[in-house]
Design a protein around this ligand. Structure first.
Ligand code: CNA
Length: 316
């Protein structure tokens, strides 16, 4: 257990894991900000861990930057890279980690203000975090949408394509194209207006205008895309004024705007960071370093709560 810097660069009144446990007992509006580290114990790689992270694998495969896989311009230019690599982080689990169970316990005790998750694996819902208390800052694999016509499907519909490294195309676009192609021949007279949509023939050479179906993209936020408005609305208009404790768990806090959240909150609100590595670019009152499943178990124990989960050995 390591204590790091106070936000104002002076000694904090909160220093130890017992201080964190006391805060857990006392506080009623706990904001929990999470990242990929809370799912690694389930075998889902995070992005930036040195040897095991997804970005390292991407580099080993000869691609320059891991972040390129999730860049919206790259995706629209050529979705193959995403479809070749995304299988590794595809959420296909029917179980959640002890840290998810901890968040659920905070909720059950009536203390969870909001869980802001950067994760896209949707495991918070599986753990029973209420919709009203969950902000999926970067969207999730739960749904997917067509880049062309915005038609939305259940995310599972494109999982097989991702697993077999094939680009998934929009079935609605395909249907419209098929319908347009089988409808009666149009009059030969030159049309003055532009085609109403991408599926109608235009007047130019048909070979140039063969309509293509749109590519399906999971509704996760790529670099270059806006975050859901619910994120900003809830954070700025409600949570930042009422929060009394911030727990940040399993994230390197490298991606804005989530990385800005701790600094934006009032200075008197205690900030606790739980992760494997210390963080230097954001100031926390307390940093509890280690495997987050172990840390939250110990934190709960010191708060007098029993965290139960199949991955925690009995009698631990
Ligand atoms: P990141 O940058 O990879 O950071 C993860 C952090 O967690 C690192 O600081 C690790 O040291 C730490 N960590 C890893 N495992 C553990 C553990 N068991 N206990 C304690 N700490 C641990 O990932 P971030 O979440 O910070 O970055 C945000 C990205 C990651 C978001 O856009 C996500 O969509 C994306 N992501 C999500 C998933 C998922 O949904 N499970 C998986 C991979 C990436």
């Amino acid at each position: 257990v390591v204590r790091a810097y106070n936000k104002r660069q002076k000694l904090s009144e909160f220093n130890t894991i017992d201080d964190a446990a006391n805060l857990l007992q006392k506080c009623r509006n706990i904001m929990i900000v999470t990242g990929a580290g809370i799912s690694t114990s389930l075998g889902i790689p995070d992005f930036r861990s040195k040897e095991t992270g997804f970005y390292e694998k991407v580099r080993q495969l000869g691609y320059s930057e891991g972040e390129d896989v999730f860049n919206i311009e790259n995706f629209d230019h050529d979705p193959t890279m995403f479809y070749t690599l995304a299988g590794d982080i595809l959420p296909d689990l029917k179980r959640y980690s002890p840290t998810h169970a901890f968040i659920r316990m905070v909720q059950d005790k009536g203390r969870l203000q909001t869980n802001y998750t950067q994760n896209i694996d949707n495991l918070e819902q599986l753990a029973g975090i209420e919709k009203e208390r969950l902000i999926q800052c970067h969207g999730s694999f739960a749904t997917a949408s067509c880049r062309k016509c915005k038609y939305q499907v259940d995310g599972h519909e494109i999982f097989a394509a991702i697993r077999s490294q094939q680009v998934a195309y929009c079935k609605e676009c395909i249907k419209k194209i098929a319908t347009a192609q089988t409808s009666p021949a149009k009059p030969t007279k030159k049309r003055k207006t532009k085609p109403k949509n991408d599926y109608e023939d235009s007047d130019s050479d048909p070979a140039d205008t063969i309509p293509q179906p749109g590519v399906m993209k999971p509704d996760i936020t790529f670099f270059g895309e806006q975050l859901p408005t619910t994120f900003f609305d809830r954070f700025t208009e409600h949570d930042s004024q009422t929060v009394d404790l911030v727990l940040v768990i399993g994230t390197s806090l490298k991606v804005a705007p989530v990385s800005e959240m701790p600094n934006y909150l009032p200075h008197h609100v205690p900030h606790v960071y739980i992760s494997r590595e210390p963080i230097h670019h954001v100031n926390f009152d307390i940093q509890l370093l280690g495997d987050c499943d172990h840390v939250v178990f110990e934190l709960a124990r010191r708060a007098g709560w029993v965290l139960e989960h199949e991955m925690i050995p009995r009698g631990f």
